[in-house]
Design a protein around this ligand. Structure first.
Ligand SMILES: C[S@@+](CC[C@H](N)C(=O)[O-])C[C@H]1O[C@@H](n2cnc3c(N)ncnc32)[C@H](O)[C@@H]1O
Length: 491
């Protein structure tokens, strides 16, 4: 395996899975097979009439030994694809999963430009595997097919949408096999399989199989859902994950979503991220430090620094009092931009730690460097990374919060059209079975059992008045929560 596995996205496929993908893709001994990222050659070794492309020289050498009948090309796949005129009957493999932070520079530019010429626009946040599959699919002749290992992100990542749109428009069948058990036990990432057949046609459905573990066999696992492309695109904003739910649970949820009393969080509240200080240890003081330094009270604002401080559904003065009593570093040094800076604060800014903070990236790019921007005291804070369910707490202590939390401010009345806003009703709706299931469906798994809610995902969380959920529905929704948790390996 190449030394820098993360940069190359090099995690090699279990032999049995590689064999199953090649067996499905190759229909005829004369078929020409392409593996766009052939690694040590385990796919192309299974079919003599193959071409493997690989960037890492050590892997190329290994593949050449392992697959002596195949052609192994040492190249960047996209550069090769732009120049090679051959057409293939099938493509199979395991494309590199290189996240956008590492999938950078010329390699990314060439990849995204190749896809753009095919009419597929990937954002800068795309991981490498999606452009690999589009480019591999573009090398097929009519009637051709692809079989790939893909990250489970295909079920929720926005950048997977252009890939699936391309496949839907260019293949007669698109089949995603969701696998609960880990294909790569060492990776936190779950892997699924993607099959597309009949290049040159189009389809209105995405076939979805949902299986515990992949048992290689003569045929693909049974299709559990024919996901209508329209519903996938509009009702579920390009997400397949909600279709992991049993159909009757999804229908119950959709019925609630269609109810006139139901709202999405973003319809009634502003949801944003907390402030970024740029130098956390400098800008957050313990009460004892603030006292020793003589910082005046008006420059100190209690801050909820992370989800550990969100224990229940309310944060009140008593909670803040306890943090201060325990001498926790929860005072944000807040210096308004045009404030006259008192001597004690000036002295703190001039310490060695202050000079280090001033040089930090965020601080040196703002004026004045010591004013932390976007400091507000939201009505609610929301934990956006959690093992169980994201917690929404009423901020009665009027604290500010860091970017380890989301800040939520109500805009209009909840459920009552024109009445007063009730924080309690929002908390209740958030914590209800519908709210928690919605977090599972709108958020996304991060690996290690964690669920993450980006601000845009939080805005989509469905809030249903308590009265709208009867006992039977509540039981079904609870089953749905359990199902989704099992898919992210919790409980
Ligand atoms: C996930 S591994 C898969 C290897 C093999 N197909 C398997 O499944 O065992 C991905 C491979 O892609 C290669 N790779 C990464 N970027 C590439 C690029 N731009 N062009 C060609 N190969 C690349 C890596 O070196 C790595 O060998």
């Amino acid at each position: 395996m190449p030394r820098d596995s993360k940069t190359l996205g090099a995690y090699f496929t279990p032999e049995a899975i590689a064999a199953a993908l090649v067996r499905w893709a190759v229909r005829n001994p004369a078929d020409l097979l392409l593996d766009p990222s052939s690694g040590d050659g385990r796919f192309i070794a299974l079919h003599p009439h193959s071409v493997g492309v690989e960037r890492d020289p050590a892997s190329v050498a290994e593949a050449a030994g392992r697959a002596p009948h195949a052609t192994v090309v040492e190249a960047d796949f996209f550069t090769w694809a732009a120049g090679d005129r051959r057409r293939f009957d099938c493509a199979a493999g395991n494309p590199p999963f290189i996240r956008y932070q590492r999938f950078a520079g010329v390699a990314r530019r060439v990849a995204l430009e190749y896809c753009r010429r095919l009419g597929v626009t990937f954002s800068g946040l795309s991981s490498s595997w999606a452009p690999f599959i589009v480019a591999a699919a573009s090398k097929l002749r009519p009637g051709g097919r692809i079989a790939f290992v893909v990250p489970a992100e295909i079920g929720h990542a926005p950048y997977a949408v252009p890939l699936l749109e391309y496949l839907i428009a260019n293949f007669g069948s698109v089949h995603v096999v969701a696998i609960k058990e880990k294909v790569f036990p060492r990776l936190s990432e779950d892997c699924w399989l993607l099959f597309a057949d009949n290049a040159g046609c189009r389809t209105d459905n995405i076939r979805l199989s949902k299986i515990e573990r992949f048992v290689p066999g003569a045929s693909l696992p049974p299709v559990a859902e024919q996901v209508p492309v329209d519903a996938w695109r509009t009702r579920w904003r390009g997400r397949l994950r909600p279709f992991l739910l049993p159909q009757h649970v999804r229908c119950t949820y959709e019925r609630m979503a269609a109810d006139s009393d139901a709202v999405r969080l973003g319809q009634i509240a502003q949801v944003g991220i907390g402030y970024v200080s740029g130098a956390n240890s400098f800008f957050h003081l313990r009460p004892s430090e603030a006292e020793r330094l003589g910082i005046p009270d008006e420059f100190l604002l209690p801050s909820i620094r992370n989800s550990r401080y969100v224990a229940g559904s309310v944060i009140d003065d008593a909670d803040v009092g306890n943090w201060l009593k325990r001498d926790e570093p929860v005072f944000l040094l807040r210096i308004p931009p045009r404030a006259e800076v008192p001597g004690a604060v000036r002295a703190y800014l001039d310490t060695a730690e202050g000079r280090r903070a001033k040089a930090a990236y965020k601080c040196r790019h703002r004026t004045p460097w010591y004013t932390v921007p976007d400091v507000r005291r939201p009505e609610f804070v929301l934990t956006y990374m959690s093992g169980k369910s994201p917690a929404l707490a009423v901020n009665r202590g009027r604290c500010t919060c860091t970017n380890a939390l989301l800040a939520v401010d109500l805009r209009s009345g909840l459920f009552d059209g024109n009445g007063a806003v009730s924080g309690e009703r929002l908390s209740t709706a958030w914590g209800s079975a519908a709210g928690r299931l919605s977090c599972e469906l709108e958020g996304h798994p991060l690996g290690g059992g964690m669920l993450k809610l980006e601000p845009g995902e939080a805005r989509n969380v469905l809030l249903v008045p308590d009265e709208g959920i009867d006992r039977r529905d509540s039981g079904l929704l609870q089953d749905g929560i359990e199902t989704m948790r099992q898919w992210r390996h919790v409980g």
